[in-house]
Design a protein around this ligand. Structure first.
Ligand code: UGA
Length: 447
């Protein structure tokens, strides 16, 4: 790279890579750092190592224009002005957050900044529990760099709110930027970078303490997860009342601006790499401080039970599931991704297996990732129709557009009997009224 990069980003996962690509797309010299050499090589070729709409094109352009490079050498961070930490913070067995990647990255970063003559800003983008930036991150950085935060080094907490599947758009048009710091210079420097990035479209910037910035992220995910568990609870109630549909209830309550209509789709329960992990981390964090967040435990428990509800609906249609062939349509935790982390489909499949069912699954994108987890415990189909062949029951687990196109004939032609559990409510109940069709949240005598 000819010009000096302005920004380095440690951790080329979803958040790091999408942030890097969008920074570079705005003309900011960016270098991505990751310990995974294969990932680095792929990025250098302008190829995204993960599936995210628009990312490939953006990466290709940025690499071609030499605005983005990648390396596994963290020493290059010292040549930049700002380093974002976007490494993973997985959950541990007891729910607590695993900060080992954060610790390693800050220690390595601190050492390479030791000899740097000028100021360097470090920004924690990873999701970390309150006190992490000002605690371990600060301590490790100061120890290994032998510098002081507030003097040679700047430090901010700056959580990320992007969603898989719309990550690029979210990064380009965030509803807010949250910056937590203990010194004005750090906050000013990061605000300046974002002002450069967004120009006149700079979203509201919330300036606060690192601890508050860290908690904003958890509060956001806890609220969203709770909203999903809330509407799933209402769905389970609605399902007991013939003539009532949760869609109408969600539409009506969503018109109240205090409630809001988004994130009120009932389904098989939330999945993805963040909600469960972050709720568990928050619960664990605060229980260790002698407060029991009953609400969030209920959010999680409701979510877990929702998978049982889906399996229960299949039992309502079939009776015993033993030796029954069940077609699971959709494995990804939501549409347009190949990600199956914490996906409700896996919880449902495990339950089905436990009850003796034979499972055949189809997903337009997530089969390779599912094979890594479930290997040959289930069969895999090449398309929805072949999954339905000879099946006693079909369960729609992901709201893929192609499943919306399915018509009654598709089920009638291929299945032994057209028993359908629509866990995403994507089919038209009227069209399917003549079949054995159950949708989550739709009151029916069959439910
Ligand atoms: C979530 C948050 O939405 C992001 O703001 C956050 O930055 C991200 O986690 C993170 O912490 O990194 P994401 O995991 O990509 O983003 O997925 P969402 O679109 O939020 O969906 C999560 C789950 O909730 C999915 O399984 C989805 O199907 C389910 N969901 C969502 C519903 O069941 N109903 C809804 O109305 C909305």
């Amino acid at each position: 790279m000819k010009q000096k990069p302005a920004v380095s980003i440690v951790g080329m996962g979803y958040v790091g890579l999408c942030t890097a690509a969008t920074f570079a797309s705005r003309g900011i010299q960016t270098i991505g750092i990751d310990i995974d050499q294969a990932r680095v090589e792929q990025i250098r070729k302008g190829k995204a190592p993960l599936h995210e709409p628009q990312l490939d094109t953006m990466l290709k352009n940025a690499v071609k224009k030499k605005l983005l490079d990648a390396t596994s050498e963290i020493s290059v961070a010292a040549d930049t002005e700002t380093t974002f930490l976007a490494v993973g913070t997985p959950g541990q067995q007891d729910g607590s957050i695993d900060l080992s990647y954060i610790k390693n990255a800050t220690e390595d970063l601190g050492s390479v900044l030791r000899e740097k003559p000028g100021y360097h800003l470090i920004v924690v983008k990873s999701t970390v529990v309150p006190g992490t930036t000002n605690g371990v991150v600060k301590r490790f950085l100061e120890q290994s760099s032998r510098k002081t935060i507030g003097a040679g080094l700047g430090l901010c907490a700056n959580p990320e709110f992007l969603k898989e599947g719309t990550a690029i758009n979210d990064a380009l048009h965030p509803d807010k930027i949250v910056i937590g710091s203990n010194d004005k210079k750090s906050a000013d420097e990061l605000t300046r970078l974002y002002r450069h990035f967004y120009g006149s479209k700079l979203p509201p910037v919330i300036l606060t303490s690192p601890e508050a910035a860290e908690l904003v992220k958890y509060a956001s995910n806890a609220f969203l997860a709770t909203k999903v568990s809330f509407i799933n609870t209402i769905a389970n109630i609605a399902q007991q009342i013939p003539g009532v549909d949760v869609g109408t209830i969600a539409e009506a309550i969503g018109l109240d601006p205090r409630i809001g209509g988004l994130f009120l789709k009932s389904g098989p329960g939330y999945g993805g790499s963040c909600f469960h992990k972050d709720l568990q981390a928050l619960i664990n964090y605060i229980q260790n401080r002698n407060y029991d967040p009953v609400l969030f435990r209920a959010t999680e428990e409701t979510n877990k039970q929702q998978a049982n509800r889906v399996v229960g609906m299949a039992e309502n249609l079939l009776g015993s599931l033993s030796s029954k062939r069940v077609a699971v349509l959709g494995l990804a935790f939501k549409k347009d991704t190949d990600d199956i982390r914490e996906a409700a489909s896996i919880r449902v499949i495990n339950q089905l297996k436990k009850k003796g069912a034979r499972v055949v699954a189809y997903d337009p994108m997530a089969i390779p990732n599912t094979k890594k987890t479930l290997s040959d415990q289930i069969d895999y189909a090449e398309n929805a129709h072949s999954a339905l062949k000879g099946a006693d029951c079909a369960i729609i687990m992901t709201e893929w557009d192609q499943f919306r196109q399915l018509v009654p004939k598709d089920f009638q032609t291929h299945m032994t009997a057209p028993n359908i559990v629509d866990a995403r409510r994507i089919l038209d109940p009227k069209q399917f009224a003549q079949l054995n069709y159950l949708a989550i949240g739709t009151g029916s005598v069959k439910a």
